[in-house]
Design a protein around this ligand. Sequence first.
Ligand SMILES: Cc1cc2nc3c(=O)[nH]c(=O)nc-3n(C[C@H](O)[C@H](O)[C@H](O)COP(=O)(O)OP(=O)(O)OC[C@H]3O[C@@H](n4cnc5c(N)ncnc54)[C@H](O)[C@@H]3O)c2cc1C
Length: 507
Amino acid sequence: MYLYNHLPAGALLSPLLLCTNTWVATASATSQSFNGCNQLTAAGLQDLVLLPQSDAYVDREASYWAANVPLHPDCIVQPRSTEEVSRVVKVLAKANGPVALRSGGHTQWAGSNDVHKGVTIDLGRMTDVTYDTHSKLASIQPGPRWGDVYQELLKYHVCVTGGRDGNVGIGGFLTGGGNSYYAGLYGLACDNVANFEVVLANGDIVNANATSHSDLWTALKGGSGNFGIVTRFDMYTFPAKNLWGGIRAAARSKGDELAQTMVDFTNDNHKNPEDAYIINYTFNPGSSSDILVAYVVVDTNGIVNASAFDKILKVPVVVDDVKTRTMANMANSYLLPSDQQQVWFSLTFKNDVRVIKRAGEMHDKLVSELKGLIPAGNFTTQCLFQPIPTLFAEHSVQRGGNMLGLDKVKENALLWLITGATETPEQQMIMREKLTAFSATLEKFAESKGLTVNWQYLNYVDETQNPLKSYGQYNINFIRKVAAKYDPSSMFQKKVVSGWKISKVDA
Ligand SMILES: Cc1cc2nc3c(=O)[nH]c(=O)nc-3n(C[C@H](O)[C@H](O)[C@H](O)COP(=O)(O)OP(=O)(O)OC[C@H]3O[C@@H](n4cnc5c(N)ncnc54)[C@H](O)[C@@H]3O)c2cc1C
């Protein structure tokens, strides 16, 4: 959920990307990993394979959210069912060359969900969403987007703890944690998965839940793609009430006032678990030539002007889009533009207003420097804070626990995320340098004040960060043990190269 960023989509195709594309198309016939594509065809799976010459291949590469992410694999394989995932895995386990895995393809760093020379397993054709009135579980395949899921579940008047931006994918979100507007009531989204259907490295299909393969169930809640391919998520549901919420934006001069409301809201979230709040220092010349402090307020019970927001709502705003709406409407109303070059960094801090204020000041300076380096209209920034109260981890513990290690964080915290979007790879390099420095400086400031929390959210961080390591030694060991048990050949460490790998954690 990222606020007040409505630049039109439609990035410029850079010369660099065009070069890479052509090169891959010619090189693929001789590359070692062509073997993977050949083997899939030889196994009778040719109907599932997309080659670079096809329109369908081009469409799927264009469907990644960030323009810096498509790596143009030798081929894409699109299984349509769990059984086909199993067949694909069995073939690729024996073939040469690297493999990547994607669900929604929303992760913003290159290497998270695609591979340059190799095969990408694309789960985008597995889009079933069903609801069982008896168990009250929603069964969701990894291929739809959260907006589709909410819309489908509305037919049954139920909802789930899904993404706040309707285009976000299912598989990465749910195996990486998943922060939703409902986290105060039900915990993180991964804690709301009752059962994962998983294809293991040997092609076996297992169900992981509280009573069967329970170690795998726990490990998949935050342990990401280290164990197998999840082909169905069975999630707890709750009644789909209308919520009251949306985006507002205030002038930059209101930043300190709003910063204090974020700290107060986070400390009081246990009294108002049905409410959610995010603030965002943002520069988006498509919407305003000034830096604004945008924010989201949501009352998931639909209470208009809910009392948890009393102080917040007194701050004058220049934009107001808060109303009564469905979750589907909310998620589909705020879609962050795709096709841009993205850089994100994320850290966690103690719930203290000094960090927010300092980040706001640093963001002012950042924007002013970027204006001298990147043409106006070619970049946007967001510097967000959202609550991570201890309440979230309490829900997790009650629901069987997860891998994130937030239960070790004994005080309320703030999750910080900075994002920088640009139009070209050259501009992205400038943005990367600036945001790397920003993150390091803010971290040092927090350290100097005793305000650091050694925890990183896997679904937000930059590729240079180390989220799995921040989940603590016990959880690192647990993930390692479960990965070794269910994937003794290390296929999801060595061959499936996309995403965060426990084998790369040096602890
Ligand atoms: C615009 C935007 C809004 C966002 N909003 C939120 C938000 O509100 N809350 C939040 O918590 N996060 C949010 N995020 C972050 C989001 O959770 C991650 O980007 C997430 O990884 C997206 O899921 P995906 O299915 O698209 O992942 P993909 O990019 O497709 O996959 C990433 C990795 O996840 C793993 N993976 C994916 N599918 C499977 C599977 N089926 N089985 C096993 N492993 C799998 C693999 O390791 C894969 O390499 C947002 C991101 C964006 C860009």
